[in-house]
Design a protein around this ligand. Sequence first.
Ligand code: NDP
Ligand code: 8X3
Length: 254
Amino acid sequence: MNRIEGKTAIITGATAGIGYKTAELMAVEGVKLILTGRREKRLQEIKNQLTEQYNTTVDVASFDVQDAEACRSFVESLSTPVDILINNAGLAKGTDPVYGASFDDWNTMIDTNMKGLLYLSRLISPQMRERNTGHIINIGSTAGHESYAGGVVYSATKHAVKAITEATKKDLHGTDVRVSMISPGLVETEFSEVRFRGDKEKAAKVYEGMKPLTPEDIAEIIVFVANRPAHVNIMDTIIYPVSQSSATMVHRDE
Ligand code: NDP
Ligand code: 8X3
């Protein structure tokens, strides 16, 4: 049953990976999309592609979620209430240990994965609370359940997403607003290329000899979570590829 047709969804970080695939699968379901990311040209291309292929509307807005005022202007520019907010924009920078990492990388991860998600939740949740309806879906990670060497701040930001998701649900307790989190393990997207600053070879090694999750695997789960009956709130989903059993246990072909 399609319960999300005609609903309006914001997807942050829709220019690539999980966000882009979620946009496409939601377009199939007839969701009205508001897609964001920093790459304006890519957003326009996606808008053209999805509106040509699917029977829905697509608006786009290019801004950096690290910028609180840009988030505020974006939300103030919206002409329609938002039913679903998918806080997906996020990244890892580097795999340096706590004794060698760069402050800039830490700030980028904290400002994007935590503060960007918080800004949009802060700006969108009042209208959901007032209307007594809506759904905030935060993209966490298995790194939000288990930290690993080389992921000190990335893991911290994803543990924060877990805390923010749980506390947001509690802040909205007694309303019909739903709050969920999706926690994927290894998904092959631009994620590792961004983490390794464009080093494609290093990025490819992350997925070598194993079958990672695809953006579609996760997008299907996001759509499933959004499409539950109004009284069903899925708090979290932890998804690994079958060859992964923890952050560091990854079975690879010889
Ligand atoms: P991608 O790198 O493929 O996509 C990341 C998206 O986030 C892009 O659309 C990018 O858009 C956007 N983004 C990054 N920084 C900003 C910013 N400052 N402002 C606005 N948008 C931004 O990675 P994934 O699809 O893999 O990642 C999506 C989410 O999933 C992230 O939160 C990530 O932490 C999480 N995740 C990923 C896993 C994986 O293994 N890939 C596993 C678990 C969780 P643009 O560059 O245009 O700004
Ligand atoms: C991304 C998965 O294992 O690289 O969140 O942290 S991992």
